[in-house]
Design a protein around this ligand. Structure first.
Ligand code: PMP
Length: 394
């Protein structure tokens, strides 16, 4: 029996979402842009989902653009805002701990003459709002900072940052809320953002579904040309079933958040205390301002990818950090930006709990994780080079 503790990578589709999706994969298959009854049935599902999601986010339905996920929404936000802003300026402020769908989109924009300023972060991965204000200039057109980090769980001081961004007229503020969405209430008015990204598969919705909130009056350049869907902001026939599943999953996540988050936080805190007591283990991310249910550590001198494999053999599914960088031998850009040297950053381990995680699973997992870490550390101490190659320690 395997224990799944990688909910920050993805979550299982919840049964209520699947059930709501099924009719749109079968009899309600129409194209939502078709005027006939088949199209209208699909359109009704899409419209209802849009209204439910907008209500939850304190947005207007027309302010939501459905996308194929967080990656597409982040690309659309950052590139779409940059190209429209080019007439006014070329500078974009961001953090060095963003997901690659933001970071690599910005690197792409640099090739076209945009200047990307990476702000500093502290040991916990937090951006300093004062630095945001100090760096805002006449040429700044966009600030993009995530709400919570997907690798270490640190929550950024977004309200404070928004306040500083608002001191300059015409600067757009984008927030990647993908990692935060399952755990933190999101209100686009209270957050005071112009653009906000969500991805359904992180809150027990389907994969391949996400959205970008675009504040009314904010103009961004579509990144995909074709039909008139999504008010010309994202061409292509909408995945109605996926959007319906996303709306149901998000509704339920919001309703259950208070109870689930409290339970996850207590469970994660227990696991954190256990791991912190393990010699050679350092907890990463902010001690308080962090997502509930996400435990991240480094074990210096040990290869995190090897730890993940050894734990998989023991039936425990965890990760080194982001699933999106699997296969890369580079240490996490998040941990290196936080000041961890490469050899420490390579020893990263992320354990992320979900709604269905049980006490018994966590107890088993904690014992296995401790045992595997102790074995790897012992191997690293006796044969450092071999342990690094993963020859020992399993
Ligand atoms: N942003 C963050 C913070 C994420 O964690 C992820 C998913 N790893 C994404 C964006 C990309 O979302 P998706 O998987 O839906 O493309």
């Amino acid at each position: 029996m395997a224990i799944y503790l990688d909910h920050a990578a993805t979550t299982p589709l919840r049964p209520e979402a699947l059930e709501a999706m099924l009719p749109y994969l079968t009899e309600r298959f129409g194209n939502p842009s078709s005027p006939h009854r088949f199209g209208r049935a699909a359109r009704a599902g899409l419209d209802e989902a849009r209204e439910r999601l907008a209500a939850r986010l304190n947005a207007e339905p027309r302010e939501l653009v459905f996308t194929s996920g967080g990656t597409e929404a982040n690309n659309l936000a950052v590139k779409g805002a940059a190209w429209v802003g080019k007439a006014r300026g070329n500078q974009i402020l961001t953090s060095p701990v963003e997901h690659h769908s933001v970071g690599h989109s910005l690197a792409y924009l640099e090739k076209f003459g945009f200047e990307v300023v990476a702000l500093g972060v502290d040991r916990y991965g937090r951006v300093d709002p004062d630095e945001v204000e100090a760096r805002l200039g006449d040429r700044t057109i966009l600030v993009s900072i995530m709400l919570a980090n997907n690798e270490v769980g640190t929550i950024e001081p977004i309200a404070e940052i928004a306040r500083r961004v608002r001191t300059r007229r015409g600067v757009l503020f984008h927030v990647d809320a993908v990692a935060a969405a399952p755990h933190l209430p999101l209100d686009v008015q209270a957050l005071d953002v112009d653009l906000l990204t969500l991805s359904a598969h992180k809150f027990e919705g389907p994969k391949g579904a996400g959205l970008l909130y675009i504040r009314r009056g904010v103009h961004i350049l579509a990144q995909q040309q074709g039909g008139t869907q999504e008010r010309y902001r994202r061409a292509g026939t909408e995945d109605v079933a996926a959007v319906v599943g996303m709306a149901v999953a998000y509704d339920l996540a919001c309703e259950e958040r208070a109870t689930v988050s409290g339970r996850l936080r207590r469970a994660a805190d227990r696991l954190l205390r256990t791991l912190r007591a393990e010699p050679g283990v350092e907890v990463t991310g902010h001690p308080k301002e962090r997502l509930p249910g996400l435990v991240s550590v480094v074990v210096p001198g040990v290869d995190g990818a090897e730890l993940v494999m050894a734990l998989d053999l023991a039936g425990i599914a965890v990760s080194t950090g982001s699933a999106c960088t699997t296969g890369s031998t580079e240490p996490s850009h998040v941990l290196t930006a936080m000041g961890y040297p490469a050899d420490e950053a390579r020893g990263a381990l992320r354990i992320s709990l979900g709604r269905a995680t049980t006490e018994a699973e966590l107890e088993t997992a904690a014992a296995e994780i401790r045992a595997v870490i102790a074995r790897f550390r012992a191997a690293a101490e006796s044969e450092p080079a071999l342990a690094q190659d993963g020859v020992l320690g399993r």
